[in-house]
Design a protein around this ligand. Structure first.
Ligand code: PGA
Length: 266
């Protein structure tokens, strides 16, 4: 587990080039640099390059929301991790919208994790159960399978580059209802993250598992963020809807800063 909290804002398919630039400018005035909080923004691929020239990387790091796993070639419409190298430090892989809306397979996701590592970009592997899987009592099985598959062929050493985001699919907002959408309790998220870490320890050894940051994501907002951040084992947050509200996002970063000074609650 890590001392530094990781707060990732996933903007999804929102904000054009001009809007994104204005938004980052506004955020840069609201979000102070804290040594104990790492803030990462995941804009669309269209805007990531221009924002990489705009941001102070001590204040904001950038993540790709998506990329193709081959390094180069005849793949019309795709962008590779090789091309993103030097522009982003992180990249999402296995986000539920990629899995469910774009039918990405476990193999695609595993290839992306490997491509990111090969290109010195830190993958954020998203895992989570759907509402139906939860109701059927399959949560642990689903998470286990997504971890084993997503991290196949990764060495214990490479595991240190990986972040896991636990995002229960049933808790994801549609970008607008994150203030009233159902979520797990911080205690539930903490228990599931303990399960995830135990699986990592089983696969890679306890020491390597401790180096992996595990985030919670799903309808995080200014009211529930501190609770999740204070839950045992939660190393940070992956935030969708609320990351597009500059006041909310900056308050969540402040909550991470304030919370990192407090004793963790169970
Ligand atoms: P949400 O999205 O915070 O709007 O639920 C999180 C995500 O999809 O990563």
């Amino acid at each position: 587990m890590h001392g530094k909290k990781l707060i990732v804002g996933n903007w999804k398919m929102n904000l054009g080039v001009h809007e994104a630039s204005l938004y980052v400018h506004a955020l840069s005035e609201l979000v102070p640099i804290h040594q104990d909080v790492e803030v990462v923004l995941a804009p669309t691929l269209l805007t990531v390059q221009s924002l990489s020239l705009q941001v102070n990387r001590r204040q904001f790091k950038l993540a790709a929301q998506n990329f193709y796993w081959r390094d180069e070639g005849a793949y019309t419409g795709e962008v590779s991790a090789t091309q993103l190298h030097g522009i982003v430090e992180y990249a999402l892989a296995g986000h539920s919208e990629r899995r469910h809306v774009f039918q990405e397979s476990d193999k695609d996701i595993r290839n992306k994790v490997q491509a990111a590592i090969r290109n010195h970009i830190r993958p954020i592997l998203c895992i989570g159960e759907t509402a139906g899987e939860r109701t059927d009592g399959e949560t642990q099985g689903v998470l286990h399978d997504q971890l084993v598959s997503g991290l196949a062929n990764i060495t214990s050493e490479e595991l240190g580059e990986v972040t896991i985001a636990y995002e229960p699919v049933w808790a994801l907002s549609n970008g607008h209802d994150f203030d009233k959408h159902p979520t797990p309790t911080p205690r539930d998220a903490s228990d599931i993250i303990a399960f995830i870490r135990a699986q990592l320890a089983h696969l890679f050894g306890k020491e390597s598992a401790q180096k992996v940051r595990v985030l919670y994501g799903g309808s995080v907002n200014i009211h529930n963020a501190a609770g999740f951040l204070g839950a045992k084992g939660v190393d940070g947050l992956l935030i969708g809807g609320a990351s597009l509200d500059k006041q909310a996002f900056s308050q969540i970063v402040e909550a991470a800063h304030a919370g990192s000074k407090q004793v963790k609650v169970k």
